[in-house]
Ligand binder design. Sequence first.
Ligand SMILES: C[S@@+](CC[C@H](N)C(=O)[O-])C[C@H]1O[C@@H](n2cnc3c(N)ncnc32)[C@H](O)[C@@H]1O
Length: 284
Amino acid sequence: MKTIIILGAGQFGHACASLINTSFTRLLAFGDNNVSLHGSALGDVPVMSVKDAVALQPDFALIGVTDQDRTNQLREQARENGFQGEFLLLGELYRWFDIRSATLHRMADRLNYLGVPGDAAELGVYKGDLAWQINGLFPDRTLHLFDTFQGFDARDIEEESQHGFSRARKGEFSDTSISFVRSRLPYPDQAVFHKGFFPETAAGLKRCQYAFVSLDADLYSPILAGLEYFYPRLSPGGMILLHDYNNRRFQGAAQAVADYEKAHGRLPLVPLCDLHGTSVILSV
Ligand SMILES: C[S@@+](CC[C@H](N)C(=O)[O-])C[C@H]1O[C@@H](n2cnc3c(N)ncnc32)[C@H](O)[C@@H]1O
């Protein structure tokens, strides 16, 4: 059995831990430069300084961040502290493999193959990184795109900080525009933009039916409102791709699911092992 440490105990490092092949390798520890994390544990794996993690003499050190500067910094630190083993770089792997995007493609294949009726939609568009893919995968369907296009709204942020769900700030993700997103879409004529505060922007869309929805608003209130609006309007066989469900940075997503389930009963939800803690919700 080989041994491994993960350097970087944030969301991505944590997500890497659940991807490790435990029949081949054993995760010994997380190493992180954030002193406030030392002495804590992620699951049953301890978080410690980089120096202490390296002192465990693992065979592999997985650098669990994607940012190039932090990757270099952690790698140097490990070497300086005497690490002799092999490095695995999440940033490199992530450039080649993207579980969320791959899952989106397989979902679209199935929805189109089965001919599940309904439109496509995304709540939380930002610069359209996922929207252009959705549009390309569903060329024959209307794509509803919901966003303030001015970043997080003060009403949602108030709720967020009151409950300590995240450290999100008003106006984050505001550096975008409808014209920019539209210019990225392969089938722009299929897109309908709903600019403004969700769920207000869905008020006139009570009769819509959806085959595919991406819920990527990060925060508790819009995600709960998104479930309330979209889930009853999913066609039989329809699917929601919910971002951040297992995300330690945006804990409002899991709470929104829990509160929705408290009010309406269990959702058929399948967690994915991507870096963002995405999950898939199916219609019944
Ligand atoms: C993480 S970004 C979306 C990322 C995007 N899906 C991508 O693929 O890059 C979250 C977005 O949700 C939007 N958002 C959050 N709360 C909202 C609300 N109540 N109404 C409309 N948009 C909202 C923000 O403006 C922001 O653009």
